[in-house]
Unconditional design. Structure first.
Length: 420
């Protein structure tokens, strides 16, 4: 595939069949309303999931739909068209998309995580400016920021920084409007973030994303070549180019690490729901069975009962952790290394359970639905592929180690990256 500069779409994407007139509606005012809106939009997105998955196509029309519906401003100020939603509401919204499709949930979830950077690192002036801009203009955020690669190099040119470098795995970049870039000034190892325009001609997308799952996330490689960013857009730096630390600096890992199990548990729920529907409508009892209906087969009833029980337990654990994290994020001045460590260790446990149960559900359902259900048109396989791919984001073995080290030695998980 040929590397191409990231450029904005030249035409307005086609609207979806049965799409309502969003402009005639008021935005929701509470969690239930936002979740209902997310469910409605996710259902529309689901009508294109199969074809995009097969083609590994970027979700241009789907992102435009999400923008029109007003979901990108979920966390933003109400006076600028946002919802001022807490983090628990964000997770519930993401879950509705993951129940339908992992790719869109992934892009949207990271948009919300990058929006959180305005609060966790931004100065008061930056937070006001960027939250208003992203909310009013319905901009999608993405990142060139994964910690697995070296930071993008930056030259200090006085009132601006000039960026050069590259990273793999840049989810949502091809369909984004603004991008958070993790950088380090040449000759230093201190990493910080800047906010740039995704359509800058110096940001070159590799167009090389072709994976088992998460195929419609546009998560390929990217190069940054001589991109100029004003110091005013260095997140958390004041007018004197000095970083201003705050307790909220401890929180980005909490947001990312609640997103991950939300993806996994919700993908598992989507797979189980679809498998139940398939068995009810399409499955046949086995050739040698004494039962006429598949839903009466003892091994089918037992198998679904086991999966439902395990998934309900994972959902309950995730809900408890999500509410605790959301409450902590609502009281940023009270965040301490100790309280943050307790939450991080809990989230490592949640992720461990979410991955294990998610893989169990999305694989074992095939033993219960029958061979015909493996046909791609039924899309049950997509849930497994999306979950299996994304669950490798950070190894579960390291999540278990964090849980054990905290339990046995009181050792705090790191608070400097997305992974703990």
């Amino acid at each position: 595939m040929t590397a191409t500069p990231h450029a904005p779409a030249k035409t307005e994407p086609t609207r979806f069949a049965d799409e309502p007139d969003w402009s005639a509606r008021s935005l929701p005012t509470d969690r239930a309303g936002w979740v209902a809106l997310a469910k409605e939009v996710a259902a529309l997105v689901g009508t294109t999931s199969h074809d995009r998955d097969v083609a590994a196509a970027d979700p241009v029309a789907e992102v435009a739909l999400i923008k029109r519906a007003g979901l990108l401003g979920l966390q933003g100020p109400v006076e600028h068209g946002g919802g001022n939603a807490d983090w628990a509401t964000v997770l519930d919204v993401v879950a509705e998309f993951a129940k339908v499709e992992g790719s869109i949930a992934n892009i949207l979830g990271w948009h919300y995580a990058y929006f959180w950077l305005f609060r966790s690192f931004g100065t008061p002036e930056q937070r006001v400016r960027w939250e208003r801009e992203v909310t009013e203009d319905r901009l999608l955020l993405a990142g060139i920021a994964n910690f697995r690669d070296d930071p993008i190099g930056a030259r200090n040119e006085g009132d601006h920084l000039v960026l050069n470098g590259g990273k793999q795995f840049n989810t949502g970049l091809p369909v984004s409007d603004r991008v958070v870039i993790g950088i380090a000034i040449e000759g230093t190892e201190d990493v910080f973030f800047v906010l740039a325009n995704s359509h800058d001609p110096g940001i070159i997308y590799g167009n090389d994303w072709d994976t088992l799952g998460q195929r419609s996330t546009g998560s390929g490689s990217a190069r940054v070549e001589e991109v100029s960013v004003p110091w005013a857009d260095a997140i958390g730096f004041d007018a004197d180019k000095q970083f201003v630390p705050q307790p909220a600096n401890l929180t980005p890992g909490l947001t990312s690490q609640t997103l991950m199990p939300t993806f996994y548990v919700s993908l598992a729920r989507g797979a189980l729901d679809r498998a139940v529907e398939y068995v009810q409508k399409h499955s046949r009892s086995w050739l040698h069975s004494e039962y006429e209906r598949a839903v009466d087969e003892p091994h089918v009833v037992d198998g679904f009962g086991e999966l439902q029980s395990h998934l309900l337990a994972a959902e309950a654990l995730l809900h408890d952790a999500s509410e605790k994290v959301s409450a902590a994020l609502d009281d940023l001045d009270s965040i301490t290394p100790e309280s943050r460590a307790e939450l991080a260790a809990l989230l490592s446990a949640v992720k461990t359970v979410a991955v294990e149960v998610g893989i169990e559900v999305t694989t074992k359902v095939f033993e219960l639905v029958g061979a015909r259900a493996t046909a791609r048109r039924y899309e049950i396989d997509r849930y497994f592929r999306d979950l299996r791919t994304q669950s490798l984001h950070d190894p579960v073995a390291y999540k278990r180690r964090q849980v054990g080290a905290y339990l046995l030695r009181g050792e705090h998980p790191l608070a400097v990256d997305w992974y703990s």
